[in-house]
Design a protein around this ligand. Structure first.
Ligand code: ADP
Length: 529
């Protein structure tokens, strides 16, 4: 079966900025780049969504022999392409037009309605990746993600066997291999990251026989789950180590409320020392208020460690970006008490129940005359999109909603202009939006869960002394109103300093990858030790 190379392969469904449906795309786009900078040999394997993947990709024109997989009786061919992103990350693209040449990654409306053949599409990704190992060598480590990467460990084991590669030498991942290591009888180590347990890739168990996966994995210790086929379950149970994207979420998923039926399995992994929460970071170069060229006004400060006096500059930054955005979307700038502009509430989100956007909208509907202006960007469930559009229809001078197709540039402008960023999530595995919003000086109103708990410091929490937002105590419309009202009173108070401190605390938080990338590096070394 050839030889190992000393690489880590990220295998997943999306990768920003080439193709992104949510936070998974951001992580697949940023963590490999950080590892690469640390001298680790990384490649990213994604489907070749010909329709979606635009610029930013330099294709390497070489041709590789086609691969083949049987789904039941039907043979499917696929191609292998390689490329490199504009940030130098090497890519392997699995080309299969029938499955991947679509308008969306998972399905219409940002994947809320998944394509009916997603099971086969993402089984194809796993087979394609294993085939690519015949061409490019076998990586020492595979890092795969979410239910769409759930078939990777099974395909790896049925291709290479159960025995994991082990190397005594730490540091091997950023060294040149001094001698060739034969991959015969050994398989790469597999790490599986859960970005969202709410999506498990559940299908009828009969379909198990049509995805090219060895029948022995149709068992309750792999993909079978109460008579169904569950991709995420098999993915995590067949991997060597499982991570979630924040420490708090790693605890939460072992409980019935957050475990979505897999809490028992996750509890066992936790007890066996095979589950750990590692906080995601954001790409600090891409999300940089000082240099972001998708926003009309950059922050005019040199320092990174902002002082209370810097609030003056931050206030300017917010106001200028607010004015520019309002003129783009035709909202008047409304002035409230004290001659201050009404606080701007920002929403950038997928519209699913888990994100609590419907609760937020209900809270505004309940308010007779709410003292905020609101800009909403999101797509997903029809009824939530409808509610957002209706709210902007009846409050034309206060609310603007952009629903349907996601608009990356608009998201940057909203992060830059919002005074308060709202995320009333019922659960939040990590959440990147609140980190981005804080980096752009936003104060957060959020559910106290998962990664929100790990990244936002509550104004009620006297321990940290560095509050950057407020936790919504009860996740219903009244609870959201209460939290917004608290923040409104601080924002409108005569004493600018208190609001200024919240802004400065937010902007001073550090959400880069350095810490977490080190934790992953250690995990990679330990897993093959
Ligand atoms: P998610 O649960 O959607 O992964 P995160 O907060 O982890 O939430 O990630 C949010 C990232 O996805 C941010 O970069 C945000 O700008 C982006 N995003 C938010 N809504 C959408 C959407 N409807 N389509 C695509 N990307 C989105």
């Amino acid at each position: 079966m050839g030889q190992f190379n000393n690489e880590i392969w990220f295998i997943g469904a999306e990768m920003a900025p080439l193709v992104k449906a949510g936070g998974l795309g951001d992580v697949m786009g940023s963590l490999p780049g950080v590892l690469l900078k640390a001298g680790i040999n990384v490649r990213v394997v994604i489907p070749y969504y010909k329709n979606i993947i635009p610029q930013n990709l330099i294709e390497i024109k070489e041709s590789y022999p086609a691969g083949k997989v049987n789904f039941g009786e039907i043979p499917f061919e696929f191609g292998i392409k390689t490329g490199i992103t504009n940030r130098g990350i090497p890519l392997i693209l699995i080309e299969q037009n029938h499955f991947f040449n679509r308008e969306e990654v998972y399905g219409p409306h940002g994947g809320i309605y998944g394509y009916k053949d997603n099971l086969w599409r993402f089984a194809m990704l796993a087979h394609g990746a294993a085939y690519a190992m015949r061409i490019f060598g076998v990586p020492l480590i595979i890092h795969t993600h979410d239910w769409s990467g759930g078939f990777v460990p099974a395909v790896i084991k049925q291709t290479f066997g159960d025995k994991k590669v082990r190397l005594a030498a730490a540091g091997i991942l950023n060294a040149k291999l001094s001698k060739h290591i034969s991959a015969d009888g050994l398989r790469p180590a597999v790490i599986f990251t859960i970005h969202n347990l709410g999506y498990q890739g559940v299908y009828g168990i009969d379909d198990f026989y049509d995805i090219g996966i060895d029948f022995r994995y149709n068992s309750s210790s792999a993909y079978e789950h109460f008579g169904t086929l569950n991709s995420l379950k098999g993915g995590m149970l067949l991997s060597d180590f499982v991570t979630t994207v924040s420490p708090t979420y790693a605890n939460e998923v072992t409980t019935p409320v957050f475990g979505f039926g897999l809490n028992g399995e996750l509890k066992n992994l936790y007890n066996d020392g095979k589950l750990k929460g590692i906080l995601n970071g954001i790409d600090l170069d891409y999300w940089n208020p000082k240099t972001d060229n998708l926003i009309p006004h950059n922050l005019n400060l040199q320092e990174n460690n902002y002082k209370p006096k810097d609030y003056k500059e931050w206030k300017e930054f917010k106001l200028k970006n607010k004015k520019a955005l309002f003129s783009e979307v035709s909202l008047p700038l409304k002035i409230g008490r004290n001659g201050k502009p009404l606080p701007l509430l920002g929403i950038v989100s997928r519209f699913t129940e888990e994100k609590g956007i419907d609760i937020f909208l209900d809270s505004l509907f309940n308010w007779d005359n709410f003292p905020f202006q609101v800009i909403i960007l999101g797509s997903g469930k029809d009824y939530i999109e409808g509610k957002a559009l209706y709210l902007s229809e009846i409050h034309r001078d206060k609310v603007y909603s952009h629903t349907g197709k996601y608009d990356e540039a608009l998201s940057h402008k909203i992060y830059a202009a919002s005074d308060i960023f709202v995320m009333p999530s019922k659960f939040e595995p990590c959440g990147l939006s609140q980190m981005i919003a804080m980096r752009y000086g936003g104060v957060i109103a959020a559910g106290d869960t998962g990664g929100l708990h790990d990244t936002v410091s509550d104004i009620m929490d006297t321990n940290t002394g560095k509050p950057s937002g407020i936790f919504i105590k009860h996740l219903d419309a009244n609870g959201v109103s209460w939290a917004l009202n608290e923040l409104y009173n601080i924002y409108m108070s005569n004493n600018d300093e208190i609001w200024g401190n919240l802004v400065i605390n937010s902007a001073n938080k550090h959400f880069g990858w350095d810490n977490s990338a080190k934790i992953y590096e250690n995990l990679y070394y330990n897993i093959i030790k």
